[in-house]
Design a protein around this ligand. Structure first.
Ligand code: ARG
Length: 446
């Protein structure tokens, strides 16, 4: 049903309809109806419609909420489909629902209602993901690996430390969502088409009925802004980018060259040609989808950049970007969480050169200035490399010549190195226990 036939001599062409109708908003049905119920209640509360008219509207809307609505070829958008169905159900009184409202403030509300629920779902998904990472990490608090900088082996750490880094990154994504949720919970209903209404509407009543405690400050921006849609797409995209980094590591780690992990059979794919292949397709697709998330973030910003205030139809395009950002992150978090939880980790022990900083710090403990210690250990590394041996195999006289206090006992084992990590957050087994407790407590929160 078209909501605007009056001033036209001719109905819309098929071409116009095909080009302008975007059915993605079907997904907003539940939110659209919830917003309309709140609006109808407010209209009755301020006396713009009678109590019994309000009851009729709500009864019809509840039926729609329960049964759904069929999107007809003739419906311009989800708002039109709901209103058309309402007429079918309750007759002429349906015409009173749109009192003091425009589809401009209506869609702004629907989107906020969707975003509020989406953020909650996403936070719960992130909690599940964090729990899967933490439970996997817990099994590897003493599994030594090299940390990497520049993809070169750097220091000794544990696999738990490396995995938990992703849990903390995900937790920060959830923090962003929580903060975002506060900004979302502001009702734009009452803003009307752009500059409010002469009717005695009470936006605060509608907001309260929706469980929100604030209303718009400026009707123009309330209907014309989509920064929250963009913020949500960004938050999801940052989370996708974090997942993509994990995906990239999974791809590397499951290669024959790294051989840090074995993917579970049921979450890996094979090759139609090469019988031996076991491919990390989930991780590759997460990485590929992160690339799309990045470009969708640019798209939703670009969508707003050249729009004069207030509502412009361009904004209809925000829906697909928001929905796909949401779905992409939900499914990617779930898939990568399962991949980590189901994999077997068996990283090879790192070589002894990752202990060079530890050895320099032994000298620092004896009063040697760090720069000098760095130089001394650098010389030992060169010596070891030249002889094709590790730090553990350096002869006592070589160590003594480098610095008179040095003996073979000064070279820490990989396990010692891990234990000695004194700075909080730097991955000693005791520190990992602290991280695990904190993350688990957070992941279990409601
Ligand atoms: N389908 C539109 C959208 O998604 C709803 C608002 C339409 N408003 C209008 N004046 N045409 O943005």
């Amino acid at each position: 049903m078209s909501l605007w036939g009056g001033r036209f001599q001719q109905g819309p062409s098929d071409l116009l309809w095909a080009y302008t109708v975007e059915r993605a908003d079907e997904r907003l049905l539940k939110h659209d109806v919830a917003g309309s119920i709140a609006h109808a209640r407010m209209l009755a509360a301020v006396g713009l419609i009678s109590e019994s008219e309000g009851d009729d509207l709500i009864r019809g809307l509840e039926t729609i909420s329960h049964d759904g609505v069929e999107y007809l070829q003739t419906d311009e958008d989800i708002h039109s489909a709901v209103e058309r169905r309402l007429f079918e159900l309750i007759g002429e009184v349906a015409g009173k629902l749109h009192t003091g409202r425009s589809r401009n403030d209506q869609i702004a509300l629907d989107l906020r209602l969707f975003l509020a629920e989406a953020a909650d779902d996403q936070m719960a998904g992130i909690q599940r993901f964090v729990m899967q990472i933490v439970q996997t990490a817990e099994r590897h608090t003493r599994t030594p690996v090299a940390s990497y900088t520049h993809l070169q082996q750097a220091q000794v750490t544990s696999l738990a430390h490396h995995l938990l880094a992703y849990a903390w990154m995900a937790r920060r994504d959830a923090d962003r969502l929580e903060d975002f949720s506060r900004r979302v919970a502001v009702s734009p209903l009452g803003a009307g088409a752009s500059a409010g209404s002469s009717l005695p509407l009470e936006p605060a009543i509608t907001a309260e009925l929706l469980g929100w405690d604030s209303t718009f400050d400026n009707s123009m921006e309330a209907v014309g802004s989509r920064d929250l849609a963009a913020e949500y797409v960004f938050i999801c995209s940052q989370a996708m980018v974090n997942l993509s980094r994990l995906a990239e590591e999974i791809i590397l780690w499951s290669s024959q060259e790294f051989n840090w992990m074995t993917l579970p059979d049921d979450l890996a794919t094979g090759s139609s040609a090469m019988p031996h292949k076991k491919n990390p397709d989930i991780a590759e697709l997460a990485r590929g989808r992160a690339a799309i998330a990045v470009s969708d973030t640019a798209a939703i910003l670009g969508l707003q950049a050249s729009l004069p205030l207030t509502y412009n139809r361009d904004l209809q395009e925000d829906k697909r970007l928001v929905f796909s950002a949401h779905d992409r992150l939900m499914s990617s978090g779930q898939a990568l969480g399962a991949l980590v939880a189901g994999s077997e980790f068996h990283p090879p022990r790192p070589g002894s050169l990752v202990l060079s900083l530890d050895l320099a710090e032994v000298l620092v403990g004896r009063g040697v200035p760090f720069r000098e210690a760095h130089e001394i250990v650098g010389g030992l590394v060169a010596e070891a490399e030249h002889s094709g041996i590790g730090l553990f195999d350096l002869k006592p006289e070589i160590l003594h010549a480098a610095h008179p206090s040095l003996t073979v006992d000064d070279i820490p084992t990989i396990e010692d190195s891990l234990e000695r990590r004194a700075v909080p957050g730097s991955g000693s087994p005791a520190d990992i226990a602290v991280q695990v407790i904190a993350l688990k407590a957070w992941a279990r929160e409601d």
